[in-house]
Design a protein around this ligand. Structure first.
Ligand code: NAD
Length: 253
């Protein structure tokens, strides 16, 4: 028992992938959960106990509506998981459309500011408050042809460490999670694109990626959810300002 029964949790982008696993894991431990996503259909297939609304985390008006609804339904907030992110454009910097740069930074980085600033007043009134921000292994290496994503994910770490210092006095912890190769469609698409860039097949690309990884296996969304729940539970009370890699010790992108 992690001791998180009744915890009031807001997870962004909980309809699919990692966010969905985090939502389900919190629910299974007896937490109250609210989520948002752009995928209305996906939200509709969540457990009925999960509060949800369609909201774009890059849109401050929609984020305000999200926090109003979530905190009213749950009677406050103890945990914010800033999970929403998009892969962003692929290509050389001089070829990337400025709108694609802006959108990637807005969804992957500025969204975390949008949500944190509305969460903090509620977190200050909680006895067990924490924020977890999703970064990526792209937040510790350069990532050719994916500069907007890498810039945003490095930015997440700077934001996390700064906020951890600011909120330490209030006992609120802030950490970043850096997933590596996560099992699922999204990672398959990324590896396919990399294989194409190198002119090799998918299997060869997969083998190449794992040749630079100590634990040669995909990370599962469930593993990420387990780590996030631990950080947000009372057992994680003194862990803050950390950028935690869950990536099998990968050394390349
Ligand atoms: P995913 O594509 O499986 O799911 C992302 C979800 O975000 C989708 O439901 C989508 O509808 C939603 N979404 C997208 N833009 C949104 C917006 N503006 N507002 C609200 N919802 C939005 O992605 P995932 O793999 O679960 O990734 C989750 C997080 O983990 C992201 O921040 C991602 O960058 C990070 N990450 C993923 C991997 C990986 O291999 N999958 C690796 C490292 C980091």
């Amino acid at each position: 028992d992690l001791g998180i029964t009744g915890l009031r949790v807001l997870v962004t982008a909980g309809a699919n992938g990692i966010g969905r696993a985090v939502v389900e894991a919190f629910l299974a431990e007896g937490a109250q959960v609210f989520t948002c996503d752009l995928d209305a259909e996906g939200l509709g297939t969540l457990d009925p106990a999960v509060g949800h609304m369609v909201a774009d985390v890059a849109d401050r008006g929609q984020v305000a509506a999200l926090f109003a609804q979530a905190t009213e339904r749950m009677g406050g907030l103890d945990v914010l998981v800033n999970n929403a992110g998009i892969a962003g454009p692929t290509g050389r910097v001089e070829e990337i459309a400025v709108e694609d740069w802006d959108r990637c930074l807005d969804v992957c980085l500025t969204s975390q500011f949008n949500c944190a600033r509305l969460a903090i007043p509620h977190l200050r009134r909680s006895g067990n408050a924490s924020i977890v921000n999703l970064s990526s292994a792209a937040g510790k290496f350069g990532f050719a042809m994916r500069a907007p994503y890498a810039a945003a994910k490095w930015g997440v770490i700077g934001f996390t460490k700064s906020l951890a210092i600011e909120l330490g006095e209030a006992g609120i912890r802030v950490n970043a999670i850096l997933p590596g190769l996560v099992a699922g469609d999204r990672q398959r698409r990324v590896l396919e694109a990399k294989a194409q860039q190198r002119g090799i097949g998918f299997a060869e690309m997969e083998a190449l990626a794992f040749s630079f990884t100590s634990i040669k296996d995909y990370v599962t969304p469930q593993q990420l959810a387990d780590q996030i729940l631990f950080l947000c539970s009372p057992r994680g009370r003194t862990i803050s300002g950390q950028a935690i890699s869950i990536d099998g010790d990968t050394r390349m992108l």
